[in-house]
Ligand binder design. Structure first.
Ligand SMILES: Nc1nc2c(ncn2[C@@H]2O[C@H](COP(=O)(O)OP(=O)(O)O[C@H]3O[C@H](CO)[C@@H](O)[C@H](O)[C@@H]3O)[C@@H](O)[C@H]2O)c(=O)[nH]1
Ligand SMILES: [Mg+2]
Length: 197
């Protein structure tokens, strides 16, 4: 893959906030497509990498979602307990290890085969986060724990098992409105034939 990174020079970076994660402001010199030099300013939220997974039980035709409180939804007057695919930050782990851990913590499913699908920036204008997307077939015998998230992190996660068609319909009604979840459900719809029982 070719990229034009030599057209960019970081002039300065200043940390605006260093808390759970870091928010910083950059000044950069940027050469545009006509060769003109510009000085730009950008605020960037350094979020690290994450992983998300579609758990699909072909026999029952259900997907496993997790419902939890999301402050940004609350702050924007949206329904604040959002149904999402299991996901989490990598915490230094390899993406597949991390998603196996998150799936277990959040849903109680122990995964057998895990397939990497693609990775994507979710908000590339401002947030460094890259999400690695996965798929795993499951059945009821794989659920060896209750899930629900980690006590010590005060995670309060409800596990939902929903028919794939019902989950797809929830995108249309707006009940599912998380980007990574929509992407994985649509992947399932596009690949129904190959993931069927
Ligand atoms: N104190 C504190 N704790 C936090 C903060 N943000 C997250 N946490 C803690 O860190 C845990 C992170 O849980 P994960 O399962 O690793 O991440 P996630 O919140 O599910 O995030 C996933 O979904 C997000 C929303 O789509 C994604 O942004 C993220 O990358 C990932 O995919 C939360 O449960 C919470 O305990 C914060 O700002 N402050
Ligand atoms: Mg999570």
């Amino acid at each position: 893959m070719t990229h034009d990174n030599e057209r960019v020079k970081i002039v300065s970076e200043k940390t605006l906030s260093q808390g759970w994660t870091r928010l910083s402001t950059y000044e950069l010199d940027y050469i545009d497509r006509d060769g003109k030099h510009q000085r730009m300013q950008r605020e960037i939220y350094h979020r690290g990498e994450a992983a998300a997974i579609l758990l699909y039980d072909a026999k029952r035709d259900v997907v496993v979602l997790v419902k939890q409180f999301r402050l940004p939804a609350y702050l924007t007057d949206q329904p604040a307990w959002m149904a999402e695919v299991p996901a989490g930050l990598l915490d230094e782990d390899h993406p597949e290890e991390a998603i196996r851990r998150e799936a277990m913590e959040e849903t109680g499913y122990r995964l057998r085969d895990v397939r990497f699908l693609f990775k994507a920036f979710m908000s590339p204008g401002a947030i460094t986060e890259i999400i690695h997307f996965f798929y795993a077939p499951i059945d009821m015998s794989d659920r060896i724990e209750k899930g629900g998230g980690l006590e010590e992190e005060h995670e309060d996660i409800e596990v939902l098992e929903i028919r794939l068609n019902d989950a797809l319909a929830m995108i249309e009604t707006g009940e599912i409105c998380d980007g990574k979840t929509i992407m994985l459900l649509q992947w399932a719809a596009l690949n129904r034939a190959s993931i069927a029982a």
